[in-house]
Design a protein around this ligand. Structure first.
Ligand code: MTE
Ligand code: LUZ
Ligand code: MOS
Length: 759
């Protein structure tokens, strides 16, 4: 089955924020943001801007009627800077004008005087000053420190991994419209309609029931709109509150890149110990997260780094500590994988370090340490593991030894072009790690023409969740998909939503939809039993729009049944609730059972490096991936391919660069490179892992949104292996992304030495 949006997408008929018809009197907003990363805001001169053509109002912190605060987890993030600025791009003033051009022109006339304060961009420097967002988090299993005494081999080192720009095609934005009693309807490009509603409520001082948030779909979110859509919606809402007019703000790409946070860069120290058989005995890791200037989602991201710091491996002794370090960068935020990828990069670096020192293949170490059924994760959950099955099936299908041999043979014959391969097992926990967030609701109406309208808390952002939800309703009612319409995500229809995140939207909202549809169907089953004069209600079944009795077709069709139900005053609407059972986590002990289940898989990536130029190509990605019983193969393949390409981009070519003044240098698509059609893998081979296990997902499928991104980590290590095939003396720093410049510098010993010395 195709994505329900395919047709309207290719015709350009799908509605995004910028396609919403504007009401008469709409004002356009534009932000004046801080040109300095840290300082005391002495003066803000807006007089010239106020006189500028078309300007209706310029809003500063003091003009807000509610609180100047949008922090979701910690109240440490003002909507508009007041007194101090903490990062370049921090909003200071909001200009409202009759046209977009006028608003932007006026912003250029604002002037500020800012007394500079010390700028910190490095998380280790922030750590040294004890400038932490939250107290450190710690996971412990066994006795890591003592276990090193028993080890045959011990390796210590450092790994660094950079951030990543979300680069959703649709930039951030919102449109707010005044409604009765001083309330407002806010259209927002957000993954979290309720988060927007709360933020708007805070800054306007209005109760939540006067604020309606509506989301049709996003042109991508990737985590960047889990929390960071709030600011723009709050600004439009404040504009509406003050001017009583509709206000729209759709950010330009460079504004978006400059003002919003990204994936968190991390710096980490590791120490890993092995027995003589290359079993990992003990692992210690310390993570320094670059949180940016305020908390945003950094604390739960930090936690997920710890949850995934041992990836797919069982390690009996683990001690992992993570620090969320405050720096003068835009607050970093959720990004596909939510801290998990960074944790995994570090353990893969530790394994590669050991493999290179012991002159064995990293895959030997990886294979020997895969987690088994019954093994304990450092956070107390007991594994139901597909780590070995996915590895074995991938080896059977792809023959790792043959792929390695092909690379080795090629490398013997070619001096300046080298191939590298690397493996990446992935284990990713599905559920919000904050247990209360694992709930969802759905509202289903069956109309008298037999068509069905569904609303849930899930936001469609390209991942296909609306297709899956429509499939749930179609399957329960046994109706063709055309009879189902999944409507906008709206806080009046569905309240208190969790954001569409953690790969769990289809699971949570799909199951709520299932409950709602089944409840309605039970009522209609009784009506059908009466009509067909059957005593046993359970003899009634539904197939393709017809009613069956004892598995025999009858003349009764769905539309007739629905009409009869309506005449009998049967309720054909249902609002259902679903909450994942059996999950819990206690941060006091740092133990529990936080995940409904894990998604597993194994990928192998092959690359070719041009050792005169430092450039490279990804020849293939081959993976056996744990789909569960997939609900929609083409949607899931799309998610896996997209995740892999995004993961490879993060590990190889995407380089977020801030200078020492906290200025974003990679602030446009000319300086920030993401994978394009020329740089995507030449081949992506995806094979579903077949398992018969039961899980808590919708219809025994498995979540697919985030886990495949982490296969991309293999690209880093494949390039590394190719570099070492060219120059075996080389042991590049574990420092991602492996951009062509870094590759080139690492190919030649002298250049590498100079780079290490910082020249
Ligand atoms: N796919 C597309 N096309 N666009 C997106 O923004 N976001 C990813 C993933 N796949 C995203 C995507 C992220 S970060 C998550 S958490 C999941 O989709 C969320 O959706 P799901 O819970 O329905 O899988
Ligand atoms: N968001 C969140 C997430 O709030 N909690 C999570 O555990 C999570 N995991 C992945 C992605 N987003
Ligand atoms: Mo995804 S990072 O959970 O939005």
């Amino acid at each position: 089955m195709k994505n329900v949006d395919s047709k309207s997408h290719v015709r350009g008929e799908s509605i995004y924020l910028d396609d919403i018809p504007l009401l008469q009197g709409t004002l356009f907003a534009c932000v004046y943001d801080s040109p300095v990363a840290h300082g005391v805001l002495k003066t803000v001169e807006v007089e010239e801007a106020e006189k500028s053509k078309g300007v209706v109002k310029i809003i500063r912190a003091k003009d807000l009627i509610g609180a100047n605060q949008i922090g979701g987890i910690l109240p440490d993030e003002p909507l508009l800077a007041d007194g101090e600025v903490h990062f370049q791009g921090m909003p200071i003033a909001l200009v409202l004008a009759e046209t977009e051009e006028q608003a932007r022109a006026a912003v250029k006339k604002i002037k500020t005087e800012i007394e500079p304060l010390e700028i910190i961009t490095d998380p280790r420097v922030a750590f040294a000053k004890n400038d932490l967002i939250v107290p450190p988090k710690h996971f412990k299993l066994g006795d890591a420190a003592n276990a090193f005494k028993t080890c045959e081999h011990v390796f210590e080192g450092r790994a660094d991994v950079n951030g990543q720009e979300h680069l959703y095609i649709e930039t951030q934005g919102a449109y707010s419209i005044p409604t009765e009693q001083g309330g407002m309807r806010v259209y927002s490009s957000t993954q979290g309609p309720t988060a927007v509603q709360r933020a708007v409520s805070k800054v306007t001082g209005l109760p939540m029931h006067l604020i309606e948030v509506d989301v049709q779909r996003l042109g991508g979110g990737f985590g960047g709109k889990e929390d960071q859509a709030n600011a723009w919606a709050a600004m439009c809402a404040v504009g509406t509150q003050i001017t009583k007019r509709p206000v729209k703000y759709a950010l330009h790409r460079m504004e978006d890149m400059r003002m919003t946070g990204k994936r968190h860069p991390y710096s980490a120290d590791y120490k890993i110990g092995f027995d003589k058989d290359l079993k990992i005995v003990t692992y210690e890791a310390t993570f320094y997260q670059n949180a940016g200037a305020s908390a945003d989602l950094s604390p739960p991201v930090l936690e997920r780094t710890l949850f995934h710091c041992t990836n797919s491996y069982f390690i009996p002794n683990v001690s992992a500590t993570a620090y969320s370090c405050r720096t003068n960068l835009p607050p970093n935020t959720a990004f596909r994988g939510f801290g998990g990828p960074q944790g995994m990069f570090v353990i893969e670096s530790a394994i590669a370090h050991a493999a290179e020192s012991l002159n064995v293949l990293a895959s030997e170490i990886q294979r020997k340490n895969l987690i088994n059924d019954g093994d304990e994760f450092p956070y107390g959950q007991i594994a139901e593991s597909e780590a070995k099955t996915s590895w074995t099936q991938a080896d059977e299908k792809f023959d790792f030894a043959r792929l390695q041999k092909e690379a080795d043979e090629f490398n013997r014959e070619n001096k300046f072009i080298k191939k590298g391969v690397a493996l990446m097992p992935v284990c990713f926990g599905i559920s919000f790690t904050k247990t209360p967030m694992n709930q969802a609701r759905a509202l289903v109406h069956v109309y008298t023409d037999g068509s069905v309208a569904v609303s849930t808390g899930a936001v469609e952002m390209g991942q296909g969740v609306n297709t899956k939800i429509a499939q749930v309703a179609a399957r329960v009612f046994s109706l063709p998909i055309e009879r189902i319409k999944v409507h906008t995500t709206n806080t009046l229809r569905i309240a208190n939503t969790s954001p569409t995140a953690a790969s769990a939207a289809a699971d949570l909202n799909g199951r709520a939809t299932q409950v709602a549809c089944e409840t309605i169907l039970e009522r209609l089953r009784k009506v059908a039993a009466e009509l067909l004069k059957t005593e046993n209600v359970s003899d009634i079944s539904f197939l393709d729009g017809f009613i069956f009795n004892k598995n025999q077709p009858t003349d009764l069709d769905w539309v007739t049944l629905v009409n009869e139900g309506h005449m009998q005053r049967v309720n054909m609407s249902e609002h259902a609730h679903y909450a994942t059972q059996g999950i819990h986590f206690d941060w006091g002990k740092a133990k529990g059972h936080p995940f409904a289940y894990h998604v597993y898989g194994t990928a192998i990536i092959g690359v070719t490096v041009d050792c005169q130029r430092g450039i490279y190509e990804t020849d293939f990605v081959k993976t056996v991936h744990d789909f569960g019983a997939t609900m929609n193969e083409s949607v899931d393949y799309g998610q896996i391919e997209g995740g892999i390409v995004q993961g490879i981009g993060w590990m190889t070519m995407e380089e977020v660069v801030y200078d020492q003044n906290g200025k974003l240098r990679s602030n446009a698509l000319s300086t920030y490179k993401i994978p394009d059609i020329y740089s995507v893998p030449k081949m992506i081979d995806i094979i579903p892992l077949k398992t018969k296990r039961k899980n808590l997902a919708i219809f025994n499928s498995k979540a697919v949104g985030e886990p495949p991104l982490m296969y991309g980590i293999a690209a880093y290590f494949a390039i590394r292996n190719a570099v070492r095939a060219f120059n075996s003396e080389q042991s590049p720093a574990f420092d991602a992304p492996f951009t062509p410049e870094r590759v080139l510098m690492n190919l030649y010993s002298e250049a590498a030495k100079e780079m290490k010395a910082g020249k």
